[in-house]
Design a binder for this molecule. Structure first.
Ligand code: TXA
Ligand code: MG
Length: 318
């Protein structure tokens, strides 16, 4: 296994049609050369991801966007100006030359400009956009640290470009444009409130609304292998499970009615941003702790709390 900060080495791998695990501000991605179907096939194989689930194209300049997408709505340009580089993915009409492997035969393509100096430098070095899903195997927890990636691929890990811990720790927000409407496909690290300040009302069209419009709405996702319980009443659930070996995740510091060895607090100062950043790491840590159950308190239902609740709900699907 190679863990390196060497952009040139990573660029060489990509140009040789090998995969590279890349840092972004959201989560680590599993990147392939945009021009190589052979390399892109390897992403689906390594992640065991169904080919019906399309991939995000990562760019480092607006010029690259014009090679990838067509008929870009003005609202999309405005949002790009406001939030790129950053944790916003936009689903746009695709340029017809784009590989169907990337888009799962759809007429649209998902694009974002990530905000991490290493991936931006890597795209500049190769001169080629990078196709990259989150680096976790299908349905597993997304990696936000190098050690998570190492744990997820103990025997077959590609080169890891080490960019430290992901600053947001949560996947990008995905939106699309349907007629005149801006539509949310996936809650993510950029809050809806911030988007709506710029663009007005956004229609929520993710899996909760039960209209499966985009493959990204797979219900089960981001799951630990340990059973996960979401609770609104932590003390009574702890009482119910008192003979079990459990781990607990709470948003803020909290005194529990009974002693729990594995109690992780996501933010000592009750910051949803900090909690979001620490959320996947907490799941990775507890999932390795040989527990019967991971019990997580539901988050406040506003701002980034909605994003964490969305991931919790999917993590709890068996
Ligand atoms: O923060 C992120 O978005 C990370 C980092 C690595 O950039 N990437 C990520 O990729 O989360 P992935 O593949 O795990 O999730 C992308 C989601 C998928 O659920 C996919 O179905 C959806 O985006 N998607 C991709 N192309 C789409 C399209 N044309 N229409 C609708 N959804 C699309
Ligand atoms: Mg993913």
């Amino acid at each position: 296994m190679i863990i390196s900060k060497d952009i040139e080495l990573a660029a060489k791998h990509l140009l040789n049609e090998e995969l590279v695990v890349v840092p972004t501000e959201t989560v680590y991605g599993l990147a392939a050369n945009f021009n190589s179907d052979k390399a892109i096939h390897k992403i689906f194989e390594l992640k065991q991801r169904p080919k019906t689930n399309p991939l995000i194209v990562h760019i480092s300049s607006m010029d690259q966007l014009k090679l990838i997408a067509n008929q870009i709505p003005e609202k999309a340009i405005l949002l790009a100006k406001m939030f790129w580089p950053g944790p916003l993915t936009m689903v746009l009409k695709k340029n017809l030359q784009i590989s169907n492997l990337i888009t799962a035969n759809q007429e649209t393509v998902a694009v974002r400009m990530p905000n991490h100096p290493l991936i931006l430098a890597l795209i500049d070095k190769t001169g080629i956009p990078l196709v990259a899903p989150s680096a976790n195997p299908f349905t597993r927890i997304s990696p936000t640290k190098v050690s998570h990636v190492v744990d997820l691929y103990p025997n077959n890990c590609p080169l890891i470009l080490d960019g430290g811990n992901c600053s947001f720790g949560m996947e990008s927000t995905i939106i699309g444009f349907e007629n005149e409407d801006v539509v949310l496909y996936r809650y993510g690290a950029l809050s809806i409130d911030k988007l709506e300040e710029v663009i007005g009302k956004i229609e929520i069209r993710n899996h909760e609304t039960n209209q499966i419009m985009a493959p990204g709405m797979h219900k089960k996702h981001y799951s630990p292998q340990t059973n996960l319980i979401i609770t609104n009443d932590l003390d009574s659930d702890l009482n119910r499970l008192k003979d079990k070996n459990i781990g607990v995740i709470t948003f803020a510091p909290k005194i529990l009615n009974q002693s729990v060895v594995n109690h992780l607090v996501l933010s000592t100062e009750s910051s949803l941003e900090t909690a979001m950043k620490n959320f996947y790491d907490a799941l990775h840590v507890l999932d390795k702790s040989k527990l019967d159950f991971i019990v997580v308190e539901r988050f406040p239902v506003f701002g980034l709390g909605k994003v964490i609740n969305d991931r919790l709900q999917r993590a709890a699907v068996k």
